[in-house]
Design a protein around this ligand. Structure first.
Ligand code: FAD
Length: 486
């Protein structure tokens, strides 16, 4: 029987696990979270369920059906709180996956390792947030963090909040804030109307297949109107102000390439601000597996969702930012192929069509809402770019200029940008872009900030401890997280 290991239990991973089980593969599904559902279906913990969780999510029935099917299936082993911290390639097969199981701050965590026949990587994405003066003040949140607190804890990040950045994700963030009692004073989309028209309007008939997404966006627009939330184009939060925490923000008009326009600034009193400029794929395991990346830095896959690494498939946000429907379609195809199915199988026909539709949607999001080249104009020389190591924009520029270096590795080592506790997850891409435009002709050492051989936090004692054989690790209850017995 084919052994398929699925890493990530968001929409893509859940769909992959179900598809692989349908073809009779033995499936193990791992997620570092203590619940299934990933970012899209983040919900209250089982110990504190909502009376009507369903009305708070899009596609909740799909989630319930996927999770119930897998949880009641003896051929699918689900391990929650399972953080994959390394992936080692092997001469044959996709390699060995190393996992630490248990709460991040827990004791007695167990190490497991798996050497399956096929791996489906469905590790999703991080928030991308560009730096600006004051973004390191308490009270400045990424859109995803505000969303996670609202959906997973019913916590509001503030009473008077503005949402700023680029992309359709700003809308669910504002909706979730309102749902937990925040007053959203405005949503500021950096791109201007012509960019949105150029991205969204060509070949409108292609959008027909994505009508569900349109209905979802329509729902957010109605919510905005009902709560009188202004939605402004071509504007951005260009500075956050406060002493111990954010007290106000400056919003300014920006040009089509995101350069702030002097004289358009307006100060707004807030106690929180949520910023999102899209998403960065979580690529460390894919990089460790040896998967080739596209020019846009997503995992390159063929029509079976197979990467360039033998036996390694990829699905969801790590192959392109396209939302939940694309993640579900790609996950289904990846799981099916990983379990030995072929793309021409009748059972996949509708899914393959759906994938094409939603891939088009992803390209439109990038064209309409992508980050524009003028964003560094929002920085001053004392703006912190790497928050973990407190490296300023000025220091990065001075180092690049005084050393004349065009090596990302050398400049990172000289400044420590991207070497702190988040290992460049927050600032890595911004550091790369800032240095690439300083180092005329671009960076030349071929290094990027997605390579993290140890991809999760693990204590040295745990690293040194003996590995529990995966076969002897079983769950006492599918509804409990990571309660392993030996
Ligand atoms: C913070 C955040 C919030 C979002 N909220 C929304 C929203 O409200 N609405 C919306 O339309 N879209 C939202 N998105 C976009 C959303 O990610 C996608 O639409 C969809 O969830 C993608 O599905 P996925 O399966 O590819 O990834 P995800 O849903 O992100 O699932 C990936 C899973 O992989 C797990 N994982 C990652 N690395 C490891 C590892 N090393 N070991 C073990 N497990 C691992 C993660 O815990 C996660 O559960 C959000 C994205 C982010 C980053």
């Amino acid at each position: 029987m084919i052994q398929v290991l699925v890493i990530g239990a968001g929409p893509a991973g859940l769909a992959a696990a179900r598809a692989a089980r349908r073809l009779g593969a033995s499936v193990t599904l791992l997620d570092s979270s203590d619940q299934l559902g990933g970012q899209f279906w983040r919900h209250l913990p089982a110990a504190r369920p909502a009376a009507r969780e369903r009305i708070l999510h899009h596609g909740w029935d799909t989630f319930q059906s996927l999770s119930a099917t897998l949880e009641s299936d003896g051929g699918c082993r689900i391990i929650r709180s399972a953080n994959v911290f390394a992936l080692e390639t092997a001469a044959a097969g996709p390699g060995t996956v190393h996992v630490i199981v248990g709460a991040p701050d827990g004791v007695g965590r167990k190490r497991l390792s798996f050497s399956p026949d096929a791996i489906v990587l469905a590790t999703g994405a991080h928030d991308r947030t560009l730096p600006f003066p004051g973004w390191d003040l308490p009270g400045v949140f990424t859109g995803g963090a505000a969303q996670a607190l609202a959906k997973g804890e019913r916590l509001a990040v503030g009473r008077r909040v503005v949402v700023s950045g680029a992309g359709p994700f700003l809308l669910p963030v504002a909706a979730s804030l309102v749902a937990v009692g925040s007053r959203v004073l405005g949503v500021y989309e950096a791109n201007r109307l012509p960019a949105l028209v150029r991205g969204w309007l060509p070949r409108p008939w292609q959008l027909l297949g994505a009508w569900k997404k349109g209905a979802e966006l329509g729902g957010y627009a109605r919510g905005h109107l009902a709560h009188r939330i202004p939605y402004k184009l071509g504007r951005a939060v260009v500075a956050a102000h406060g002493t111990d925490r954010v007290e106000s923000v400056t919003v300014a008009e920006i040009t089509a390439d995101w350069t702030p326009i002097p004289g358009t600034e307006r100060r707004i009193a807030v106690d929180a601000v949520c910023i999102s400029h899209g998403f960065t794929p979580r690529l460390e395991l894919a990089v460790a597996a040896g998967c080739a990346l596209t020019l846009e830095r997503f995992v390159r896959v063929d029509d079976r969702q197979h990467s360039s690494a033998p036996g390694v498939y990829a699905a969801g946000e790590i192959t392109g930012i396209g939302g939940v429907d694309l993640a579900l379609a790609e996950g289904t195809i990846a799981g099916h192929a990983a379990a030995g199915g072929t793309i021409g199988d009748r059972a996949l026909r509708t899914t393959v069509r759906g994938r094409r539709t939603f891939q088009g949607f992803a390209a439109r999001i990038e064209a309409a809402h992508g980050i524009r080249a003028g964003w560094p104009e929002m920085l001053t020389s004392d703006t912190i770019v790497c928050r973990c190591e407190e490296v300023t924009y000025g220091h990065l520029c001075e180092t690049a200029e005084s050393t004349g270096s065009r090596s990302l590795r050398a400049i990172k080592l000289s400044t420590r940008a991207g070497l702190g506790i988040c290992q460049g997850r927050i600032c890595g891409r911004s550091v790369e872009e800032l240095l690439a435009c300083r180092a005329g002709g671009g960076l030349v050492d071929g290094v990027n900030t997605d390579r993290r051989p140890i991809s999760g936090t693990i204590r040295l004692g745990e690293l040194a401890a003996a590995v529990t054989p995966a076969d002897s690790y079983r769950l006492t209850s599918t509804s409990e997280s990571s309660k392993g017995t030996l």
